[in-house]
Design a protein around this ligand. Structure first.
Ligand code: LMR
Length: 393
């Protein structure tokens, strides 16, 4: 059965974590996988999450199945974090999924069922798992221009130019905030322009918002998704509690469908549940119970929001200090973009050879596409990492 299988292809992000774990050098700094680490280099369990978890454990009386769409109170709360408008909620539906990756796959399958010939357009570059997930659902993938390697900013004109050629019923995948891998986000003006194009061309936007709260703030980061939901008849969204609740291993995410009306939304939900039934039947319960407990309690919600803000502000300060140290060492302002980028990641514009040198010569782990996870830095690593990046320049 297995004799003709090829050797497995390594995942470019997850394989780095493994390599970094095995690296014994004292100078090692892992800026690979997108997890937040505090000043001690630890990915903490948030205090609000710990409190909510205690409540869940005290109150839980059964481990019986929850339901195919997961926890409906979680679904309502997760939807309102992204799309709080009650008029939109009436034509929207939210389904709990195993992480946002599970949501991506379920919505990709929904697209493949509804429009098997649809092409999914991804930004160039995009999150490394976007293309494999879309292709695994049988969809064709093409790319639109997005990141200008010279300026390290979004090339909005080129992006709009490419999107103006996208056909009706094709799908355009966008990052709600904190673009992965580049860190370069759309401006509010650009969101409006893409929305206008979606109208004109008739393509369906699909927004992956996995880092809400890590860019400009919880509400500000949702500008694009809320604007599109308000102005377009249909929209697909995946959201994640991995980063903003620090629940990475609990696999807690959502697939959200905004449709023309409640009936269309209910039919789309039914199809997704049929698809998930043949895949994992229903999502795991623990992370969703924690999130729901936080979001349904005003005090816990305020405490969680404060913790999230502290993480975000520390990230902004890490960006400023890394930029400062790099500009000191290179006597240039070539690294200003690090201050302008949002969220966990920045693409340095380095080649894979340079990223390998960072790893081999300095034990600084970033992804071969030039991405570093600023949220993986400790303050005490700043000088060392800045020197390493400056040296392989
Ligand atoms: C990342 O981009 O590092 C994270 O989203 C983790 C993952 O699953 O790839």
């Amino acid at each position: 059965m297995f004799s003709n299988l090829p050797a497995p292809v390594q995942d470019p992000i997850l394989s780095l974590s493994q390599a970094s774990r095995l690296d014994q050098r004292d100078t090692k700094v892992d800026l690979g996988i997108g997890v937040y680490k505090n000043s001690d280099g630890v990915t903490p369990v948030m205090q609000s999450v710990l409190q909510a978890q205690n409540i869940v454990l005290q109150q839980q009386t059964t481990k019986a199945y929850v339901g195919m769409a997961g926890d409906e109170e979680f679904n309502a709360a997760a939807l309102s974090l992204v799309l709080p408008d009650s008029a939109i909620a009436q034509r929207a539906t939210s389904i709990q999924t195993p992480g946002a990756s599970g949501g991506l796959r379920m919505l990709a399958e929904l697209i493949a069922f509804s429009h098997p010939n649809a092409t999914v357009w991804l930004s160039n570059p995009s999150y490394v798992n976007h293309q494999p997930v879309m292709e695994a659902a049988g969809l064709k993938v093409k790319h639109y221009r997005y990141f200008d390697v010279k300026t390290k900013q979004v090339d909005t004109a080129a992006m709009l130019d490419d999107l103006a050629k996208v056909k009706a019923k094709d799908v355009v995948l966008l990052h709600g905030c904190c673009h992965n891998p580049t860190g370069a986000d759309l401006s509010p003006e650009a969101w409006k322009q893409v929305t206008e194009l979606a109208h004109k061309q008739g393509f369906l936007p699909f927004i992956d918002i996995a880092y809400q709260g890590f860019g400009d703030g919880l509400e500000q980061d949702a500008f694009g998704v809320r604007y599109m939901a308000e102005h377009l008849p249909e929209l697909l969204v995946t959201s994640s509690c991995s980063k903003n609740f620090g629940l990475y291993r609990e696999r807690t995410g959502s697939a959200i469908i905004v449709a023309k009306n409640g009936t269309h939304a209910a039919n789309a939900r039914g199809k997704v549940l049929q698809i998930s039934r043949t895949s994992y039947t229903m999502p795991p319960a623990h992370g969703a119970s924690i999130v729901k407990t936080i979001l349904l309690d005003n005090d816990l919600k305020a405490a969680w929001f404060n913790e999230l803000e502290q993480m975000r502000l520390r990230l902004v300060s890490l960006r400023h200090n890394l930029c400062l140290e790099l500009e000191k060492r290179t006597q240039t302002n070539d690294f200003d973009f690090i201050k302008q980028h949002k969220g966990m990641f920045s693409v340095l514009g380095y080649t894979s050879e340079q990223m390998i040198r960072l790893r081999e010569e300095f034990a600084v782990y970033g992804v071969n596409d030039g991405r570093i996870n600023i949220a993986g830095l400790r303050e005490q690593d700043l000088n060392y990492v800045a020197s390493a990046i400056a040296k392989v320049r």
